[in-house]
Design a binder for this molecule. Structure first.
Ligand code: NAD
Length: 423
């Protein structure tokens, strides 16, 4: 039987646009029939929720800019990350769009330019990066080349007067990092390092839980990022191009995230490194790395990275009242976040329902907003340099078998800009 009261109540609610962020302007008042829902508020169309307040209310999509209004990005290096993750992510970005390409492979560049509607005269060789200066559509240059080339490409972009987003690891040495920061400072452009974890929603929620006290005092962290490498001839296994092995490639996620959880900077590191003798993949770079970071509050992060064990990416935060575990923590997708605590006298573990979002799109949009609003990125060049400083200490600790003390850096989020906003 139809509950007429409920139906008429639903129609009434719909017609006044109730629940649409309090907009309270009815479709009728906007000259539309009452069944044509949707209230326009600040250029955004908001609908009254069809589900009861006991249900999850999916957040409406963020306001997207018209394509011509978006911040234009030039992509430097058309490799696997650029073509399989970053370029597709522009479709989910709201403020960023690809407008130029830089590559040493004209055939790849032509194919990608055709796919994304990039003009032939916006395709450059590496040697021609200075010409980016003459392309006003390019506001940001995103460097996605092998690690040891980041410095030359970031400096070239800065000299062309463009803001720079640079892949991690920032560079193989602290001297390189400083040169990149200085080049961007001298050119008056922004430099952001692409630490996607600091934009990924599950990781951000884990950080929020740790900092809000929801887990009690977090004193232990465990971070693992392992993968089994293939071809020994790839640039990742060549020290002159990669800078190092599993540490700067995948262990860096553990390091950067451990620093971001509490916002403190470590004061001491200890480490061990082992590579299987005779394995051609480890002629030049290291395989397994375990390292421990001690923070001023007393918290300790145990981290490990591997280039020879099956894929595993997990982080656990251990607090006095609860623990939080993120599976697929450093993967491109598939993250889950579970919190375990005593509830009603029973130990209960529950998954937090977090809407998955494309972390590359969030990262691109953050850079775009930083450029537009003239704010420091959450993960600027100094954040990358601090990781490099600590990775150098990790190598030293492993080589000497001694703990290495780091300079005290009081305060929280010392190297970071403001948190990214939802829009
Ligand atoms: P890739 O090998 O697939 O791509 C590298 C690109 O650089 C290729 O197009 C290659 O042609 C070009 N290149 C230019 N000069 C080169 C040279 N001298 N030697 C080799 N290649 C040269 O690598 P990738 O996986 O796309 O990694 C690129 C960067 O992105 C690295 O810094 C890596 O650490 C980073 N990365 C980040 C993530 C992430 O999740 N944020 C994931 C993968 C890679």
């Amino acid at each position: 039987m139809i509950d007429k009261t409920a139906v008429s109540r639903r129609i009434a609610l719909a017609s006044i646009g109730a629940g649409a962020a309090g907009a309270g302007v009815s479709a009728m008042a906007q000259g539309r029939p009452p069944v044509d829902l949707g209230t326009v508020l600040n250029g955004k169309v908001l609908f009254p929720p069809p589900a009861a307040s006991s249900e999850v209310q999916p957040s409406p999509p963020r306001n997207a800019d018209a394509p011509t209004q978006r911040v234009g990005f030039a992509i430097v290096g058309l490799g696997k990350l650029a073509l399989e993750q970053v370029m597709p992510a522009f479709a989910q970005a709201k403020h960023a769009r690809p407008v130029a390409l830089v590559s040493g492979s004209p055939d790849k560049m032509q194919a990608i330019a055709a796919q994304y509607g990039i003009a032939a005269d916006a395709c450059y060789s590496y040697a021609d990066m200075a010409k980016l200066r003459d392309n006003p559509a390019v506001q940001v240059v995103y460097v996605i080349t092998p690690n040891a080339l980041h410095r030359q490409h970031v400096v070239a972009a800065a000299r062309a007067g463009k803001h720079v987003l640079c892949e991690k690891p920032m560079a193989p040495s602290l001297a390189d990092c400083h040169a990149m920061i200085e080049a961007c400072r001298a050119a008056g452009v922004k430099l952001m390092i692409a630490y996607r974890m600091q934009y990924q929603p599950h990781a951000r929620e884990a950080i929020r839980l740790a900092r809000s006290g929801a887990l009690g005092a977090v004193t232990l962290m465990d971070m693992i990022n392992n993968q089994n490498q293939g071809d020994p001839a790839q640039w990742r296994q060549i020290k002159a191009l990669a800078g190092g092995g599993s540490l700067p490639d995948v262990g860096l996620y553990c390091l950067n995230t451990a620093r971001a959880v509490l916002g403190e900077e470590p004061i001491e590191v200890s480490a061990q490194i082992w590579s299987p003798p005779g394995d051609p993949r480890f002629r030049e770079v290291e395989d397994n790395v375990t390292f421990s970071l001690r923070f001023p509050s007393g918290a300790i992060a145990n981290c490990m990275s591997s280039y020879s064990t099956h894929r595993l990416a997990r982080l656990t935060l251990m607090g006095s009242d609860a623990s939080a575990t993120m599976e697929h923590a450093f993967d491109y997708q598939g993250q889950t976040l579970r919190v375990s605590r005593l509830t009603d006298g029973k130990e209960q573990a529950g998954e937090i329902g977090i809407e998955p979002k494309n972390q590359f799109a969030l990262e691109l949009d953050h850079m775009a907003q930083c450029v537009r609003q003239n704010i420091t990125p959450r993960t600027p060049g100094e954040e990358g340099a601090q990781d490099q400083r600590i990775m150098e200490a990790i190598y030293e600790a492993a080589r000497t078998g001694q703990r290495v003390r780091l300079a005290q850096m009081p305060g929280l989020d010392r190297f970071r800009g403001p948190e990214p906003t939802a829009e």
